[in-house]
Structure formats: structure tokens, C-alpha cells
Design a binder for this molecule. Structure first.
Ligand code: GCB
Length: 593
């Protein structure tokens, strides 16, 4: 599957805007064939957006079940004779797609795309009715997991084990696009760079679908151009090597992108390519052979009104703030972000740890879990969840493998990696991730309940990523103890001899709340905790990355300790700085590391 892009042979319609919309609390849509006629009622919903914060009825905001989106689209007459594809970038968490009266696709997993060839279902001169049923239920068979219970009064309640609101809907664009009948269906790009000579190499492997007998693979060709448009290398065949003797490597300070133009018969598809290498050597992370230190954040796709709906305006503001504060990296906590974000990170030179939606695989954790509950067991996180997790890993890698910005894959956030059974659960997932992408380091974000003496999976991974809340959930209000205990634990992790990224640390701060001396929930305490943590990181050479939790305040499930959401943002939810943002800017921009 290729990201929709225009070319001389490809066109698309982005079906953003208002769609007809209906909640389906009784599950009537299937029996009454809601796809077969215009959805009744006058309700409409914007795409892309979560629907949750656009309604006024609490039962609708917290609704558990299916909703339906529908609109008509006129397919351009000029598309006659071409292959026409309907694509959904994200239906969170389960999508079923109809073109006219025909169901064309079904997909589990809320943050990766799915599509279907609808050529035969298009009648030129008549509108095509597009219907999407979106389900938001989380169960022990989904990633992320959850449980559903019935409440008095008949409504259903969703419980989940992660700390962000279960936003739902069509969170990214829906597309209709046209390609020639024989077409390029996928491409894998891998690059090499020799820092000693400057020599670069681009390897590509294209997948083609050819419906003309004898319209052979020799018709595939590749051209690599530099930014000025000059051809720097050419090859023919569906797979090949494009050497660039004097290459300009992709790096945060100079995110230089070449352009790889692929052609197969009449089809043309071009994508940006950054020449770079990333690898772990002993306790360092090397980008183009040079040690790199990560400064940045765990983030969320989250904002007022739109919830998790992709928003170019929010993205541009977020990247402006990342630049302002001196960050060079972020983790797509806790799910794959919109492809627009990765495209933009490629161009802006941000380093990205791409994460799957496997968050909450820890059924006894903190306020969200049940004390003592086992996680990795049949009827809990068992074979079905593992299969969903495996699909989530392969869909993430398939979608994002060609982005130079992606420097590592995080296959889970805070699983119960102290439980003995977690090792058998993770081993095959790690093996398959390595097979799908042998070029990038693998990691997962380790939870506080699995310190080095208890964790049973870290040796399977390349980077050690730890989320720690000394001074907040433990040593609350006692920063002297927090600083000592954080240092002790990180020194214990350092014995692995691998690079350590602290992928989460931080404190909630209510914007405008001040306290001297600093006490919890104040901006001053957030400043002091971050400052103490950074002091510790600078004393431990193996710590090569610091990602503050979180970039901005974000919505969570309602809970007494979450006043209007999680306030660990260094920026407010409307993207204005708290005091800690000024501290980080001071430390990160003066390049003290
Ligand atoms: C964590 C989680 C993150 C939470 C954060 C918190 O460890 O990975 O999703 O939001 O802690 O603030 O509790």
C-alpha cells in the first residue's frame, strides 16, 4: 500500500469535510443495511475529527459501540478506465467500509490505513455513496486492550488501561484515488552512508501489480534526483541500487531529501528519500556514524474540539514549539501518528521513535489496573491480543519504513515486563519486527514496576527506554529523594551497556498555579523536578536521551486525579508555554549536552 500522492499518472480526492453521521447504540445499522441508503436524520460530523468533544450529551461523548459516517462523491469522468481506490487513513478503532451497496474492507486497529479497489463499483455520471462504520470498543482481543461492562440503566461502559481519552471516529483523511490499471503497489527503501567517504547508497524494492500479460518487470525503473532536480542515479527493474558517491546525508541540522521517482509502465510514483544510517554501538546511538542525543518529548495527537483528529494547523504549531524549545526528537506515544506528521518530520529534521498502539498491557498498573492482576494469560493478554499486536507492528513498519525521521520502533508502552510470561509473549514479536525491518533499533518503554532486577525482556531489545516518575508517583514532593533514587535506578540500567533513553519523566502542573517553596501541581514544582532529572541524566553517560512527559496537556478518562485531563504538559493544551518550557529552552538551546 502506498501513501496517496499525485503524479503524472495519479490523482486523488481527499474526502475531508462534513459527513452524514449516526450513532448506532442498538446495533441496528447492520440489520437495517444503513449503507444501502442515505443515513436518516440531519446529523453531520467533520472528517477528520473525533466526534466525542463535538457533542453535548455525556452519553454520546462516552458512547461505546458503532457510529456511521456517510457521504456521496462524484468520481471524475476522466478516471474512466483507471483503477480507483477508496482509502481510510484511520478509523479508530475498527472500520468497515462500503462503496455503494458493497462492503469492500474491514480493518481492526485505529491508527493505520486500509483501502479497497472499488473500480468495478463506480458508475460514472452518478455519485458513489461511501459509508464507514467505526467501532470504538476495546476488548482483550484488541490493541490497545480494554473491557466493557453493562451499567444499571442499560448503557455500556468502556474501561481501558491507558492514560488518554478513548477518542473515536474518522481521525484522518478518507481518500479516493486513481492509478493506471498496472501500478506500483509498494516500495521499501533502505539507505547506507559512509561517513568517511560521504558515499551514500539507496536500495529500493518495488512491488508492482501488472494486469497486462507480458508487460514485464523490466518496465520498472527508478531515478534519484537531488533537491535541484538533477539526476544523481538511475536503475531499472523492480529492485535495485542507486549509488550516490558524494551524498548529502539526512540529519536534524540538515534534513536533506532526495526524490526517488519510480515508474512502472504508465504509473509514476515519487517519494522523498533521506540518506542516513542509524545503529546502536555499545552504549551509543549513532546517526550517520555519529553519537546522537535525544532531547524532546512523548507527545499525543490531542487537541480541543478535534480530539485525535489530524490537524495541519496543530501540527505546524507543535513543530514550531519543538523548534523553539530546542527539541530534536519525539516518540509517537502511544500509537502511530498521521502520515502527515512523519512527512513533516522528514522535512523538519525531527528524529522520531515510532510506537505501536500496544499501550496498557499491564492489567495491575496503578489507578487503572486491578492490584495483583496477571496480564499475559489466556482470556487476558493472550493469543488473540498477540495476533493483533503482531498485525499492529507489521502495519506500522509497512507504513513508516521509508521515513528517514524514524530512527527506532517502540513496540509497546509499559507492558508488565516483570511478569515471567511476558518473555514468551514478546520474543516472537521482537523476532518478527526484526525480520520486517533489520535496519532500525527496537525498543519498548519500560514501566516502574519492572526495574532491572525484575524485568525479563530488556535483553531482547537494542535501546533501553524507561518511563520514571520519581518525585511524582513515588517520592511525591521530595525532590532530594527523587534525585537519588532516579540516579540509582539509571545506574543499574547502565549495567546492560546499552544506550538509555528516559522516554518519560515529569510532573503535572496546573498552568498559573505557583508555589514557593515548590509543591506538587505547581509550575514551580514541575520546573524543579525536570531540572533535578536533567542533572541526573548528565551524570550518567549511558543516558543518551531525555523525553519529557508530556509535550502538552491532554485529555484522559475522567478520574479524580486528572483535573480536566493530564497536566504533565510543558505546554498547555492550547500550546502556550508553562514555566518549564522556558527552562528546557534555556538548557536545550544552549547545547549543554
Ligand atoms: C505513564 C504512561 C503515560 C501516562 C503517564 C502519566 O507512565 O506511559 O501514558 O500518561 O505515565 O502521566 O501517568
Amino acid at each position: 500500500m502506498l501513501t496517496p500522492r499525485e503524479s503524472s499518472s495519479r490523482e486523488y480526492l481527499r474526502l475531508d469535510g462534513l459527513w452524514r453521521f449516526r450513532f448506532d447504540p442498538a446495533g441496528q445499522g447492520g440489520t437495517d443495511r444503513w449503507w444501502a441508503a442515505p443515513l436518516p436524520g440531519r446529523r453531520e460530523m467533520p472528517v477528520p475529527a473525533s466526534y466525542n468533544d463535538l457533542v453535548t450529551d455525556p452519553a454520546e461523548r462516552e458512547f461505546v459501540g458503532d457510529v456511521w459516517y456517510q457521504r456521496d462523491v462524484w468520481v471524475p469522468g476522466s478516471w474512466a478506465g483507471r483503477r480507483i481506490v477508496l482509502r481510510c487513513d484511520a478509523a479508530t478503532h475498527h472500520g468497515t467500509l462500503w462503496a455503494g451497496d458493497t462492503q469492500v474492507a474491514e480493518h481492526a486497529g485505529g491508527y493505520t490505513p486500509f483501502e479497497a479497489d472499488v473500480t468495478a463499483l463506480v458508475t460514472f455520471g452518478e455519485p458513489l455513496r461511501v459509508t464507514v462504520k467505526v467501532g470504538n470498543e476495546l476488548t482483550m482481543a484488541t490493541i490497545p486492550p480494554g473491557t466493557i461492562s453493562s451499567r444499571p440503566g442499560g448503557h455500556r461502559a468502556q474501561r481501558y488501561f491507558h492514560d488518554f481519552f478513548n477518542y473515536a471516529g474518522l481521525h484522518r483523511s478518507v481518500w479516493l484515488y486513481a492509478t493506471p490499471a498496472s501500478y506500483l503497489d509498494g516500495v521499501t527503501v533502505r539507505t547506507d552512508f559512509d561517513p568517511a567517504t560521504g558515499a551514500g547508497l539507496v536500495r529500493y524494492q518495488a512491488e508492482v501489480v501488472d494486469d497486462h500479460a507480458g508487460y514485464g518487470t523490466a518496465l520498472t525503473s527508478a531515478v534519484l534526483r537531488d533537491r535541484a532536480g538533477t539526476v544523481v542515479a538511475r536503475a531499472t527493474g523492480p529492485a535495485g541500487e542507486l549509488p550516490v558517491p558524494d551524498s548529502r546525508p539526512w540529519q536534524p541540522a540538515d534534513p536533506y531529501l532526495y526524490r526517488l521517482e519510480l515508474a512502472h509502465g504508465e504509473d509514476e510514483y515519487a517519494l522523498p528519500v533521506g540518506i542516513r544510517t542509524v545503529r546502536v554501538a555499545a552504549d551509543q546511538l549513532l546517526l550517520n556514524g555519529q553519537p546522537v542525543r535525544l532531547r524532546g518529548f512523548g507527545m499525543h495527537e490531542d487537541g480541543v474540539l478535534r480530539g485525535k483528529g489530524h490537524d495541519d494547523a496543530r501540527m505546524v504549531r507543535d513543530f514550531a514549539l519543538l523548534n523553539w524549545i530546542g527539541a530534536n526528537s519525539f516518540r509517537t506515544s502511544h500509537y502511530p501518528y498521521a502520515e502527515e506528521v512523519l512527512d513533516y518530520a522528514d522535512r523538519q529534521g525531527l528524529l522520531v521513535i515510532g510506537e505501536t498502539p500496544a499501550v496498557g498491557l499491564h492489567l495491575s498498573l496503578g489507578h487503572m489496573g486491578d492490584p495483583g492482576a496477571r496480564t499475559f494469560a489466556p482470556n487476558r493478554i493472550g493469543a488473540e491480543a498477540a495476533a493483533a499486536h503482531q498485525r499492529a507492528i507489521s502495519e506500522l513498519i509497512a507504513r513508516d519504513r521509508n521515513h528517514p525521521c524514524v530512527i527506532a520502533w517502540s513496540i509497546a508502552n509499559e507492558p508488565d515486563s516483570a511478569e515471567a510470561a511476558s518473555r514468551d509473549y514478546f520474543k516472537p514479536l521482537v523476532a518478527s519486527a526484526r525480520e520486517l525491518d533489520p535496519t532500525r533499533p527496537l525498543c519498548f518503554a519500560n514501566v516502574a514496576t519492572a526495574p532491572p532486577e525484575a524485568d525479563v525482556v530488556t535483553d531482547l531489545f537494542d535501546l533501553i527506554c524507561v518511563n520514571r516518575y520519581f518525585g511524582w508517583y513515588v517520592d511525591t514532593g521530595d525532590l532530594a529523594a527523587a534525585e537519588r533514587n532516579l540516579e540509582d535506578e539509571l545506574r543499574a540500567w547502565a549495567r546492560y551497556g546499552k544506550p538509555i533513553v528516559v522516554t518519560e519523566f515529569g510532573a503535572d502542573a496546573l498552568a498559573g498555579l505557583h508555589a514557593l517553596p515548590a509543591t506538587i501541581w505547581s509550575e514551580d514544582y514541575q520546573v524543579a523536578l525536570i531540572a533535578a532529572s536533567l542533572r541526573v541524566f548528565r551524570r550518567i553517560p549511558e543516558v543518551i536521551g531525555e523525553h519529557v512527559w508530556n509535550f502538552a496537556d491532554f485529555a484522559t478518562a475522567q478520574a479524580v486525579h486528572r483535573p480536566g485531563g493530564n497536566h504533565k504538559g510543558v505546554f498547555t493544551r492550547d500550546r502556550q508555554p508553562k514555566a518549564a518550557a522556558w527552562l528546557l529552552r534555556e538548557l536545550w538551546r544552549t547545547g549543554d549536552r
